[in-house]
Design a protein around this ligand. Structure first.
Ligand code: B12
Ligand code: SF4
Ligand code: SF4
Length: 255
């Protein structure tokens, strides 16, 4: 069954796939998988290589490439889930690349129901690097994940044991926010402010200013580029404007 699933996934043009039994998925800060469903027995993790535009200087174009990947990942999740439901009468639950996920107050809205990095590691797709991202043996860090959770009982793929990070520290030095200075921990607020300049925080700050402003000032703010960019970000979800830690890492044979 595993081989059949793997072949189907790869036939969709997805770059790589790994499978882990739910019992081998360990992510201490994430909720238990049972909170999604007590039936979940395994996780099928799909890997998508980032386009080379992620390393370009035009961040709107980089984000556009990311949007393309996100759309492909969403439709891939749906196709894989349908395949499992149709051919194996499986129950399925899809995990997207990023949003939507539960944004609860206690975690500052920064912990998803499933940690795709921990799932990818358990599924043998890569190992953590100094930048706290997963390094894939072929794609390096330029890889994103989505997943399909299922009640099918699938054994785990062998975990990768090679150490891929060479401790060159380029990612740490390149981070414009200094968010990677402390080993093993991403400073979430620092990263968030830099990589999502039109994200939730900026949105709240903008509207607070509008509420406090005079009618003339409010008029001016509506015509500002800041507002246009916030609007576009909400409209099409172009969230990320920093890809540096992901793009500068030299590891990966297919870069
Ligand atoms: C919320 C979120 C964010 C938040 C919070 C990040 C965070 N601290 O987890 C913000 C906005 C800051 C963010 C930033 C980025 N994100 Co983000 N993010 C997510 C999301 C949606 C949920 C993550 C989550 O639940 N985290 C909470 C828990 C699980 O993390 P944690 O236990 O605290 O683990 C941390 C440390 O303990 C450490 N860690 C844990 N175990 C180990 C083991 C070792 C050996 C080491 C060294 C470290 C380490 O790594 C984590 C970093 O803080 C995931 C998608 C998903 N559903 O998983 C994408 C995801 C993690 N993001 C991703 C990416 C690429 C980014 C960015 C590069 C932005 C961008 N342009 O895309 C930056 C990178 C920041 C960085 N270097 O850490 C990718 C990572 C892909 C990969 N190759 O690993 C993911 C998996 C999206 C995807 N579908 O592929 N992200
Ligand atoms: S995405 Fe940018 S700001 Fe965030 S950790 Fe990576 S390099 Fe730093
Ligand atoms: S840039 Fe260097 S230190 Fe950072 S994850 Fe890649 S190999 Fe490791």
């Amino acid at each position: 069954m595993k081989q059949d699933i793997r072949e189907y996934v790869l036939s969709l043009g997805i770059d790589d796939v790994g499978i882990t039994a739910a019992s081998d998925y360990v992510s201490p800060r994430s909720p238990k998988l049972e909170t999604i469903s007590p039936d979940i027995k395994s996780i099928i993790v799909l890997a998508f290589k980032e386009l080379s535009s992620c390393a370009g200087s035009d961040k709107d174009t980089a984000m556009s490439g990311r949007q393309d990947l996100i759309e492909f990942a969403r439709s891939s999740n749906y196709k894989v889930a349908r395949y499992l439901e149709r051919n194996y009468r499986a129950k399925t639950f899809t995990v997207p690349v990023s949003v939507p996920f539960a944004m609860v107050k206690e975690t500052g809205g920064a912990v998803g129901q499933v940690s795709l990095r921990h799932a990818a590691r358990a599924a043998g797709l890569g190992v953590f690097g100094r930048h706290n991202l997963i390094i894939h043996p072929r794609f390096g860090t330029r890889v994103l994940f989505s997943a399909v959770l299922t009640d099918l009982d699938l054994p785990s793929d062998p975990p990768l044991t090679d150490e891929l990070c060479n401790d060159c520290n380029i990612c740490v030095k390149s981070c414009p926010a200094g968010a990677l200075d402390e080993e093993g921990k991403t400073a979430v607020t620092k990263c968030f402010k830099t990589c999502q300049p039109y994200g939730l925080g900026s949105n709240i700050a903008f509207w607070k200013k509008v509420l406090d402003a005079s009618p003339d000032e409010q008029q001016r703010m509506m015509g500002s580029v800041d507002y246009w960019r916030l609007y576009q970000s909400i409209l099409v979800g172009n969230q990320y404007y920093c890809f540096d830690c992901l793009a500068v890492c030299p590891i990966g044979t297919e870069i």
